[in-house]
Design a protein around this ligand. Structure first.
Ligand code: ADP
Length: 482
């Protein structure tokens, strides 16, 4: 037998209450009665009725107020209001309060049943519609959740299978995802690290240094070194609305190749230097052995010039090898402007010959620096030498040294050919010669590589600012000694 609808009558004991009770029973409904407020609350707790009929005055309270409270708690409950007499005011108030029906004396049994059936039918339609809507919304949500779950699984599979190490973090550096490669690189085992801080899980100093630079934003590259010789290139990438990712690639083999290449260059350069010194020595002896005719003398000088050129190149290569190997450890307190004087003296004749206007500007509060004087001289020789070499006759060169935040800023400006924007980053590479060099200007492409190694080994920075066709400014920043 289907369950019968329960009708709750919230009415004071009266003949009307008896009439309603009997009528609704007879019509096949279950009926519950509440005479006062505690009785009403108890009934609502035991079973929520299919419909409620409430009297105009119930337990010395306004029936409308209690109806409003009930609708707050049970918005779909149909409530019929029983007024002691019919007035248009009640009808309006029923509509305004969202009640579903309205009864008033004189009452016939059919009035009661009709009103109850009408209200129940309306409530059922509303209930059915609500259920349909909820089903429709939840099924489309479930569909979406299914798709995003599939996407998540796909993404996780990709990240897990990637050879590079990948770890994704939330905005507070809590781990969201960590792939097997990272676990292997740092020997982390299979523990679950979700939610833990990356800095706590991985204590490698290089990785911590990378994370500490994370506030600088954008993509960062950082080398991560391990005691067993492995070297990784790590990048920090902020991801909007998620946090950030750290990716790591193994570059140990590239580092090893670079070391082998440097070793090879060093050995070859070293072995070439002695025979070249001998060749130069013998060419000088030839001149002393007896008179030479003019042609013989010219050929001999050309030979000496070429041997000198190769010797310079080899010296540069050996210097670079030593600098890159970290052998440059000599440090003295020196004055950069003092070293510059030697450089300018050396180039004085050439500057005069090319009719170049060379000016200097040295800040009076220039602090000294702790550096290797020989290397600093070499750096200045290369920068000033290049400016003179590339600046055409009657051009201008300006060398300035200023202080900013306990750092010495050296600038060498010239009115030479300038360097194309796409080549500016490459001029500090070994053997790189830009396409701007005027005809007849020779070089090895090692000078600026040496400058960069010297500046790096003194914890400084160097770069070029240039406007193609107008000139170049090489800027070096070195930490001052206080
Ligand atoms: P190089 O022996 O060729 O001068 P460097 O390493 O000193 O080698 O310089 C690399 C390249 O950078 C040069 O070949 C040249 O194209 C460019 N360059 C260096 N200095 C200047 C400058 N002052 N003005 C214009 N181009 C320059």
């Amino acid at each position: 037998m289907p369950k019968q609808d329960l009708i709750l009558l919230a009415l004071q004991p009266s003949p009307i209450l008896d009439l309603m009770q009997r009528t609704l029973h007879a019509a096949g409904y279950d009926v519950a009665v509440a005479h006062d407020r505690p009785g009403l609350d108890k009934s609502m707790q035991e079973a929520i009725p299919a419909l409620m009929i409430i009297g105009e005055r119930f337990a010395s309270q306004d029936g409308f107020i209690i109806s409003s409270e009930m609708l707050e708690r049970f918005p779909t409950l149909p409530i019929i209001f029983y007024a002691e007499k019919d007035t248009t005011g009640f009808a309006k108030a029923v509509l305004k309060n969202g009640l579903s029906g309205y009864l008033y004396p004189p009452l016939q049994m059919s009035d009661i049943v009709d009103e109850v059936q009408k209200s129940l039918a309306h409530a059922r339609r509303l209930g059915d519609w609500l259920r349909r809507e909820v089903r429709r919304t939840t099924s489309s949500l479930a569909e979406k959740a299914k798709i995003s779950e599939a996407e998540r699984v796909k993404l996780e599979a990709i990240i897990s299978n990637i050879q590079d190490g990948v770890v994704v973090m939330d905005e507070k550096e809590g781990i969201l995802l960590i792939n097997p490669s990272i676990r292997e690189i740092f020997n982390l085992g299979d523990a679950n690290f979700t939610g833990k801080s990356l800095g706590d899980v991985i204590t490698n100093a290089d990785l911590r240094a990378l994370l500490s630079r994370s506030s600088e934003g954008a993509l960062k590259y950082h080398e991560i070194n391990f005691d067993d010789g492995r070297v990784f290139n790590a990048q920090y990438t902020p991801i909007p609305r998620i946090g950030a990712a750290v990716t790591m690639q193994d570059i140990s083999y590239l580092k090893e190749l670079d070391r082998l290449k440097s070793d090879f260059i060093h050995t070859v350069s070293h072995d070439l230097r002695s025979p070249l010194t001998a060749v130069l020595g013998y060419t000088e002896l030839v001149e002393r052995m007896g008179p030479l005719n003019q042609d013989q003398q010219e050929f001999l000088h050309r030979l000496q010039g070429s041997v000198q050129h190769i010797t310079n190149l080899i010296n540069d290569l050996l210097d670079l090898g030593r600098l890159e190997a970290g052998f440059d450890t000599r440090r003295e307190v020196i004055h950069l402007d003092g070293v510059l004087k030697y450089t300018l003296d050396m180039f004085e004749a050439l500057v005069k010959k090319k009719l170049i206007e060379l000016t200097t500007e040295i800040s009076p509060n220039l602090l000294p620096l702790r550096a290797n004087p020989i290397r600093i001289r070499q750096m200045l020789d290369n920068l000033v030498g290049n400016a003179i070499k590339y600046t055409p006759n009657e051009g201008r060169i300006h060398v300035s040294m200023t202080m900013q935040d306990k750092q010495i800023i050296l600038k060498v400006e010239d009115t030479g050919p300038g360097i194309k924007p796409e080549e500016q980053g490459r001029v500090f590479e070994k053997f790189y010669r830009a396409t701007n060099a005027p005809d007849g200007v020779t070089g090895s492409g090692l000078g600026l590589a040496i400058v960069k190694s010297i500046v790096d080994s003194h914890q400084g920075r160097v770069w070029v600012e240039s406007s193609f066709g107008k000139g170049s400014t090489f800027v070096v920043i070195l930490p001052a000694q206080e």
